[in-house]
Ligand binder design. Structure first.
Ligand SMILES: Nc1c(NC[C@H](O)[C@H](O)[C@H](O)CO)[nH]c(=O)[nH]c1=O
Ligand SMILES: CC(=O)[C@@H](O)COP(=O)(O)O
Length: 158
């Protein structure tokens, strides 16, 4: 399986644009908070590491990943926001509820990005187990929050 072969957070900053004046929305789901906090910190630190100013990163939380779409829209609608990074962790339960959440968020965030013509990054960790989620939050498969921040920077250079 592709993921098993690499760290998802490996990247090259060589082509990054200057983001010192860029403004970022960061929307984080509170479900699985211990894991989403690690994703959020990874994204935040990555933005600052590559030149973003702390005062230009607007962090907000939503109850669960399903609410990421509205949270993203409430930030993306502001002209001064250049990109929105959305982070959540959905771990499969007993029913198909996780499928409905993940598909709704994937489509919803896509629509927000197209509506406001700006990067809205899908940083949703969708796993079968909590261990798999931790593997993607600073574990053997990197940090999905880092990956999402890098994607936002790359898209601003499009
Ligand atoms: N089971 C998970 C949820 N469930 C909550 C939903 O995201 C949503 O808040 C609720 O359906 C009300 O609209 N959320 C996660 O982020 N992760 C889960 O594993
Ligand atoms: C993954 C989730 O949506 C969480 O609410 C648990 O779902 P389930 O009721 O399928 O165990």
């Amino acid at each position: 399986m592709a993921t098993a072969l690499k760290n998802l957070s490996d990247y090259s900053a060589a082509q990054f644009i200057d983001i010192s004046e860029k403004k970022f929305g960061l929307v984080v789901a509170e479900w699985n908070r211990a894991i989403t906090d690690v994703l959020s910190q990874g994204a935040y630190e990555t933005l600052l590491q590559h030149g973003a100013k702390p005062e230009n990163v607007f962090r907000n939380t939503v109850p669960g990943s399903f609410e990421l779409t509205l949270g993203a829209q409430l930030l993306a609608q502001h002209e001064e926001i250049d990109a929105v990074i959305c982070l959540g962790v959905v771990i499969k339960g007993e029913t198909k509820h996780d499928d409905y959440i993940c598909h709704a968020v994937a489509q919803g965030l896509t629509n927000v990005g197209l509506k406001f013509n700006k990067p809205v990054i899908f940083g949703l960790v969708t796993t079968n187990t909590e261990e798999q989620a931790w593997d993607r939050a600073g574990g053997k498969h990197g940090n999905k929050g880092v990956e999402a921040a890098v994607t936002a920077i790359q898209m601003l250079g499009f």
